[in-house]
Design a protein around this ligand. Structure first.
Ligand SMILES: [Zn+2]
Length: 282
Protein backbone atom coordinates (compact mmCIF):
# COMPACT_ATOMS: atom_id res chain seq x y z
CA UNK A 1 0.00 0.00 0.00
CA UNK A 2 1.40 3.35 -1.03
CA UNK A 3 0.02 6.26 0.98
CA UNK A 4 0.06 10.00 0.38
CA UNK A 5 -1.28 12.36 3.03
CA UNK A 6 -1.85 16.08 3.39
CA UNK A 7 -3.55 18.14 6.07
CA UNK A 8 -3.69 21.93 6.27
CA UNK A 9 -5.24 24.41 8.65
CA UNK A 10 -7.78 26.86 7.28
CA UNK A 11 -5.98 29.98 5.98
CA UNK A 12 -5.49 32.48 8.80
CA UNK A 13 -5.64 29.84 11.52
CA UNK A 14 -2.49 28.67 13.23
CA UNK A 15 -3.91 25.48 14.68
CA UNK A 16 -4.98 22.59 12.47
CA UNK A 17 -7.79 20.61 14.10
CA UNK A 18 -7.58 17.97 11.33
CA UNK A 19 -4.95 15.29 11.09
CA UNK A 20 -3.94 12.43 8.81
CA UNK A 21 -1.57 9.62 9.67
CA UNK A 22 -0.37 6.16 8.75
CA UNK A 23 0.89 3.63 11.24
CA UNK A 24 1.76 0.28 9.69
CA UNK A 25 -1.32 -0.99 7.83
CA UNK A 26 -3.64 1.63 9.37
CA UNK A 27 -4.42 4.96 7.68
CA UNK A 28 -6.59 7.59 9.33
CA UNK A 29 -8.04 11.03 8.85
CA UNK A 30 -9.53 12.92 11.78
CA UNK A 31 -11.37 16.23 12.02
CA UNK A 32 -11.64 17.84 15.44
CA UNK A 33 -14.93 19.59 16.09
CA UNK A 34 -14.52 23.31 16.64
CA UNK A 35 -16.38 24.41 19.76
CA UNK A 36 -18.57 27.46 19.09
CA UNK A 37 -17.36 30.57 20.94
CA UNK A 38 -18.76 30.96 24.44
CA UNK A 39 -19.78 27.32 24.84
CA UNK A 40 -18.78 25.60 28.08
CA UNK A 41 -17.20 22.34 26.99
CA UNK A 42 -16.48 21.21 30.55
CA UNK A 43 -12.91 20.56 29.40
CA UNK A 44 -9.62 22.41 29.70
CA UNK A 45 -8.49 20.89 26.39
CA UNK A 46 -9.46 21.72 22.83
CA UNK A 47 -10.16 19.86 19.59
CA UNK A 48 -6.54 19.95 18.40
CA UNK A 49 -5.45 18.37 21.68
CA UNK A 50 -8.16 15.73 21.33
CA UNK A 51 -7.09 14.88 17.77
CA UNK A 52 -3.47 14.67 18.83
CA UNK A 53 -4.26 12.37 21.79
CA UNK A 54 -6.60 10.20 19.72
CA UNK A 55 -3.83 9.85 17.10
CA UNK A 56 -1.33 8.79 19.75
CA UNK A 57 -3.73 6.32 21.36
CA UNK A 58 -4.90 4.85 18.05
CA UNK A 59 -1.27 4.37 17.01
CA UNK A 60 -0.56 2.57 20.28
CA UNK A 61 -3.68 0.37 20.16
CA UNK A 62 -3.39 -0.40 16.43
CA UNK A 63 0.08 -1.85 16.85
CA UNK A 64 -0.76 -3.81 20.02
CA UNK A 65 -4.14 -5.16 18.84
CA UNK A 66 -3.80 -5.26 15.05
CA UNK A 67 -6.05 -8.35 14.75
CA UNK A 68 -8.95 -6.76 16.60
CA UNK A 69 -11.81 -5.13 14.69
CA UNK A 70 -11.25 -1.45 13.91
CA UNK A 71 -14.23 -0.52 16.11
CA UNK A 72 -12.56 -2.25 19.08
CA UNK A 73 -9.31 -0.38 18.33
CA UNK A 74 -11.14 2.95 18.23
CA UNK A 75 -13.17 2.19 21.37
CA UNK A 76 -9.98 1.37 23.28
CA UNK A 77 -8.28 4.53 21.98
CA UNK A 78 -11.25 6.64 23.12
CA UNK A 79 -11.12 4.93 26.53
CA UNK A 80 -7.41 5.79 26.86
CA UNK A 81 -7.99 9.41 25.82
CA UNK A 82 -10.57 9.66 28.64
CA UNK A 83 -7.66 8.96 31.00
CA UNK A 84 -5.52 11.57 29.24
CA UNK A 85 -8.02 14.28 30.21
CA UNK A 86 -7.08 13.75 33.87
CA UNK A 87 -9.70 14.32 36.51
CA UNK A 88 -10.39 17.98 35.82
CA UNK A 89 -12.73 17.63 32.84
CA UNK A 90 -16.43 16.82 32.77
CA UNK A 91 -16.52 14.12 30.12
CA UNK A 92 -20.31 13.94 30.26
CA UNK A 93 -20.59 17.47 28.89
CA UNK A 94 -22.14 17.12 25.40
CA UNK A 95 -19.65 19.70 24.09
CA UNK A 96 -16.62 17.66 25.21
CA UNK A 97 -13.89 17.61 22.49
CA UNK A 98 -14.75 15.32 19.61
CA UNK A 99 -13.51 14.30 16.18
CA UNK A 100 -14.91 12.76 13.03
CA UNK A 101 -12.96 9.69 11.96
CA UNK A 102 -12.22 7.64 8.86
CA UNK A 103 -9.95 4.61 9.25
CA UNK A 104 -8.81 1.98 6.76
CA UNK A 105 -6.59 -1.01 7.46
CA UNK A 106 -4.80 -3.18 4.93
CA UNK A 107 -5.43 -6.60 6.44
CA UNK A 108 -3.84 -8.47 3.53
CA UNK A 109 -6.92 -10.07 2.00
CA UNK A 110 -9.28 -7.22 2.83
CA UNK A 111 -9.39 -3.49 3.32
CA UNK A 112 -11.29 -2.87 6.55
CA UNK A 113 -12.88 0.54 7.03
CA UNK A 114 -14.60 2.55 9.73
CA UNK A 115 -16.43 5.86 9.28
CA UNK A 116 -17.85 8.12 11.99
CA UNK A 117 -19.72 11.33 11.31
CA UNK A 118 -18.95 13.36 8.19
CA UNK A 119 -15.75 11.86 6.83
CA UNK A 120 -15.89 10.22 3.39
CA UNK A 121 -14.22 7.13 1.97
CA UNK A 122 -13.93 6.87 -1.81
CA UNK A 123 -12.86 3.57 -3.37
CA UNK A 124 -12.19 2.33 -6.86
CA UNK A 125 -12.90 -1.33 -7.57
CA UNK A 126 -13.13 -2.94 -11.00
CA UNK A 127 -13.43 0.48 -12.62
CA UNK A 128 -16.31 1.50 -10.32
CA UNK A 129 -16.03 4.37 -7.89
CA UNK A 130 -17.92 3.86 -4.63
CA UNK A 131 -18.57 6.36 -1.84
CA UNK A 132 -18.93 5.44 1.82
CA UNK A 133 -20.33 7.94 4.32
CA UNK A 134 -22.27 7.88 7.55
CA UNK A 135 -25.80 9.02 6.61
CA UNK A 136 -26.76 9.79 10.21
CA UNK A 137 -24.68 12.96 10.32
CA UNK A 138 -26.37 14.35 7.22
CA UNK A 139 -29.76 13.42 8.65
CA UNK A 140 -28.93 15.29 11.85
CA UNK A 141 -27.88 18.37 9.86
CA UNK A 142 -31.10 18.11 7.83
CA UNK A 143 -33.11 17.98 11.06
CA UNK A 144 -31.37 21.12 12.31
CA UNK A 145 -32.03 22.92 9.02
CA UNK A 146 -35.75 22.10 9.13
CA UNK A 147 -36.04 24.84 11.74
CA UNK A 148 -34.51 27.65 9.73
CA UNK A 149 -32.72 30.45 11.51
CA UNK A 150 -31.47 32.96 8.97
CA UNK A 151 -28.29 33.84 10.79
CA UNK A 152 -27.29 30.18 11.08
CA UNK A 153 -25.30 29.92 7.92
CA UNK A 154 -24.05 33.46 7.26
CA UNK A 155 -20.33 34.09 7.33
CA UNK A 156 -19.75 37.23 9.38
CA UNK A 157 -16.99 39.83 9.50
CA UNK A 158 -15.00 37.59 11.78
CA UNK A 159 -14.66 35.11 8.91
CA UNK A 160 -16.42 32.50 10.99
CA UNK A 161 -20.04 32.64 12.01
CA UNK A 162 -21.15 31.25 15.34
CA UNK A 163 -24.29 29.16 14.98
CA UNK A 164 -27.08 30.56 17.14
CA UNK A 165 -27.51 28.95 20.58
CA UNK A 166 -30.76 27.12 19.76
CA UNK A 167 -29.01 25.33 16.91
CA UNK A 168 -26.05 24.42 19.10
CA UNK A 169 -28.30 23.00 21.80
CA UNK A 170 -30.32 21.02 19.30
CA UNK A 171 -27.12 19.68 17.79
CA UNK A 172 -25.88 18.48 21.18
CA UNK A 173 -29.17 16.71 21.77
CA UNK A 174 -28.40 14.66 18.64
CA UNK A 175 -24.73 13.98 19.45
CA UNK A 176 -23.87 10.39 20.43
CA UNK A 177 -27.52 9.61 21.09
CA UNK A 178 -29.74 6.96 19.52
CA UNK A 179 -31.67 8.64 16.72
CA UNK A 180 -28.91 11.22 16.32
CA UNK A 181 -25.38 10.83 15.01
CA UNK A 182 -22.21 9.32 16.44
CA UNK A 183 -18.77 10.83 16.74
CA UNK A 184 -15.53 10.02 18.53
CA UNK A 185 -15.63 11.98 21.80
CA UNK A 186 -15.50 10.58 25.35
CA UNK A 187 -17.90 7.66 24.93
CA UNK A 188 -16.18 4.48 23.65
CA UNK A 189 -19.57 3.06 22.63
CA UNK A 190 -19.59 5.51 19.71
CA UNK A 191 -16.91 3.36 18.01
CA UNK A 192 -19.37 0.46 17.89
CA UNK A 193 -21.95 2.69 16.20
CA UNK A 194 -19.56 3.49 13.33
CA UNK A 195 -20.16 2.49 9.72
CA UNK A 196 -17.82 -0.46 9.20
CA UNK A 197 -17.07 -2.95 6.46
CA UNK A 198 -14.44 -4.89 4.55
CA UNK A 199 -13.64 -4.79 0.84
CA UNK A 200 -11.53 -7.30 -1.09
CA UNK A 201 -7.86 -6.60 -1.76
CA UNK A 202 -7.49 -9.69 -3.94
CA UNK A 203 -9.29 -10.89 -7.05
CA UNK A 204 -10.76 -8.94 -9.93
CA UNK A 205 -13.04 -6.84 -7.70
CA UNK A 206 -10.21 -5.76 -5.44
CA UNK A 207 -9.79 -2.20 -4.31
CA UNK A 208 -7.21 -0.39 -6.43
CA UNK A 209 -7.37 3.01 -4.79
CA UNK A 210 -8.98 4.47 -1.68
CA UNK A 211 -9.22 8.09 -0.56
CA UNK A 212 -10.03 9.19 2.98
CA UNK A 213 -11.39 12.72 3.23
CA UNK A 214 -12.50 15.13 5.92
CA UNK A 215 -15.36 17.45 5.00
CA UNK A 216 -12.73 20.11 4.23
CA UNK A 217 -11.78 18.16 1.08
CA UNK A 218 -14.91 16.11 0.26
CA UNK A 219 -16.53 19.54 -0.29
CA UNK A 220 -14.64 19.62 -3.63
CA UNK A 221 -17.34 17.22 -4.86
CA UNK A 222 -20.32 17.46 -2.54
CA UNK A 223 -20.40 21.24 -2.02
CA UNK A 224 -18.36 23.08 -4.64
CA UNK A 225 -18.79 20.34 -7.26
CA UNK A 226 -15.77 21.30 -9.32
CA UNK A 227 -14.86 17.59 -9.52
CA UNK A 228 -16.74 14.30 -9.48
CA UNK A 229 -15.52 11.44 -7.29
CA UNK A 230 -13.60 9.70 -10.10
CA UNK A 231 -11.87 12.96 -10.99
CA UNK A 232 -11.02 13.51 -7.34
CA UNK A 233 -9.30 10.10 -7.18
CA UNK A 234 -7.39 10.91 -10.36
CA UNK A 235 -6.33 14.32 -9.08
CA UNK A 236 -5.08 12.75 -5.83
CA UNK A 237 -3.19 10.10 -7.78
CA UNK A 238 -1.66 12.39 -10.39
CA UNK A 239 -1.06 15.60 -8.43
CA UNK A 240 -1.35 14.62 -4.77
CA UNK A 241 -3.47 15.67 -1.79
CA UNK A 242 -1.87 19.13 -1.50
CA UNK A 243 -3.15 20.02 -4.96
CA UNK A 244 -6.69 18.99 -3.97
CA UNK A 245 -6.49 21.28 -0.95
CA UNK A 246 -5.14 24.13 -3.10
CA UNK A 247 -8.14 23.79 -5.41
CA UNK A 248 -10.58 23.75 -2.49
CA UNK A 249 -9.04 27.04 -1.31
CA UNK A 250 -9.67 28.53 -4.75
CA UNK A 251 -13.33 27.45 -4.60
CA UNK A 252 -13.73 28.88 -1.08
CA UNK A 253 -12.15 32.16 -2.15
CA UNK A 254 -14.47 32.36 -5.16
CA UNK A 255 -17.46 32.42 -2.75
CA UNK A 256 -16.08 34.29 0.26
CA UNK A 257 -19.44 35.27 1.76
CA UNK A 258 -21.00 31.84 1.33
CA UNK A 259 -23.81 33.07 -0.95
CA UNK A 260 -23.47 30.24 -3.44
CA UNK A 261 -22.38 27.68 -0.85
CA UNK A 262 -23.86 28.51 2.58
CA UNK A 263 -21.52 27.44 5.39
CA UNK A 264 -20.40 28.39 8.88
CA UNK A 265 -16.80 29.04 7.95
CA UNK A 266 -15.19 30.72 4.97
CA UNK A 267 -12.40 28.11 5.08
CA UNK A 268 -12.17 24.78 6.83
CA UNK A 269 -9.19 22.68 7.84
CA UNK A 270 -8.65 20.27 4.96
CA UNK A 271 -7.27 16.75 4.90
CA UNK A 272 -6.95 13.92 2.40
CA UNK A 273 -5.17 10.56 2.32
CA UNK A 274 -4.76 8.42 -0.79
CA UNK A 275 -3.96 4.70 -0.62
CA UNK A 276 -2.86 2.87 -3.76
CA UNK A 277 -2.79 -0.93 -3.67
CA UNK A 278 -0.15 -2.69 -5.66
CA UNK A 279 -1.63 -5.64 -7.52
CA UNK A 280 1.81 -7.15 -8.03
CA UNK A 281 2.16 -7.83 -4.33
CA UNK A 282 -1.17 -9.68 -3.99
ZN1 LIG B 1 -10.20 17.65 28.90
Amino acid sequence: MQVRLASEAAPGRTENEDHAFQTGPLVAVLDGVTAPPGIDTGCIHGPAWYVSRLTARLTEVASACSDDPLADNLAEAIRRVRGDHGNRCDLNNPATPAATVCLVRDSGQTLDYLILSDTTLVTERAGQVQIFTDPRFREAVAQLRRVPVMSDYAIGDSDQAAPVPQTINRKYQLTNQPGGYWISAANPDAAHQAMIGSLPLTGKDRVRRAALLTDGTSCAVDEYAFLDWAELLDLLTEQGPKELIRRVRLAENADPEGHAHPRYKRHDDATAALCIFDKESR
